[in-house]
Design a protein around this ligand. Structure first.
Ligand SMILES: [Fe+2]
Length: 235
């Protein structure tokens, strides 16, 4: 049985995987993007099995491994071991948080020339506890985030543990109410700087969102983003 889910025909695949974080069992999502030259970008990697590797190898060549956020670095080395010639790109700050991870590049506000004809990107920084690099897949108008938007509620297909339900429902009021991850909400920090990044994302006019935790969003994207980020945008 196929493990990867085709999301955009011949261009984007996704894969949900369980993780344990802050004493909670939850799911995260890896995204695989095929670039013009058949190279694959692995975005927010999972722990890779031989079975999954076979499936990935059937769709293209893994050339780029991307850790796009402060908390999405756990399985970079798992992919590096399977693909020693791939280049690794880190979200700014991870080079200090995870000095043990070997990397080639730090992601910036300009997309790398090897993917700039397909993807745009922006670093969302200025927040206190968590940064990430947002990507936009132009051909399919897909915004690719990790933690800037989480969408978990009654219709979520994966089981959610009691602790997560408590935090999402009672503390952060984000059950069936997409918001940025708690680490954002606990410290938006320099909102003027954060706002620059968020406005760049909004300027892309995405039609759908791949996010790391929760159901994908495929309609009403701009309104959902504006609502989720209203404490920064001031709208
Ligand atoms: Fe996350």
């Amino acid at each position: 049985m196929s493990q990867l889910t085709k999301y955009v025909k011949d261009q984007i695949w996704i894969y949900d995987y369980p993780i344990r974080f802050a004493s909670m069992d939850l799911f995260a999502r890896m995204t695989i993007i095929k670039l013009d030259d058949e190279a694959l970008m692995i975005h927010s990697p999972c722990e890779i099995s031989d079975l999954l590797k076979d499936e990935i190898d059937a769709i293209g060549d893994v050339k780029y491994i991307v850790a796009p956020g402060s908390y999405h670095h756990l399985f970079v080395t798992s992919f590096q071991l399977k693909y020693p010639n791939a280049e690794t790109f880190l979200c700014p700050g991870l080079e200090r948080k995870r000095p043990d991870i070997k990397f080639d590049w730090i992601l910036g506000n300009q997309p790398d020339h090897r993917w700039s004809n397909v993807l745009d990107q922006v670093v969302v920084q200025g927040t206190k506890y968590i940064w990430e690099v947002a990507f936009f897949h132009r051909p399919s108008k897909t915004l690719i985030l990790v933690d800037l938007l989480e969408n978990i509620g009654d219709n979520y297909k994966h089981p959610t543990d009691r602790l997560l339900r408590f935090w999402w429902k009672v503390v952060f009021k984000m059950w069936d109410n997409p918001k940025a991850a708690p680490e954002y909400q606990m410290g938006w920090g320099r909102k003027d700087i954060v706002k620059n990044g968020l406005n760049k994302i909004l300027s892309w006019n995405a039609q759908r969102v791949i996010l790391a935790h929760g159901e994908l969003i495929e309609s009403n994207v701009t309104n959902i983003l504006r609502s989720a980020w209203r404490k920064v945008l001031g709208t």
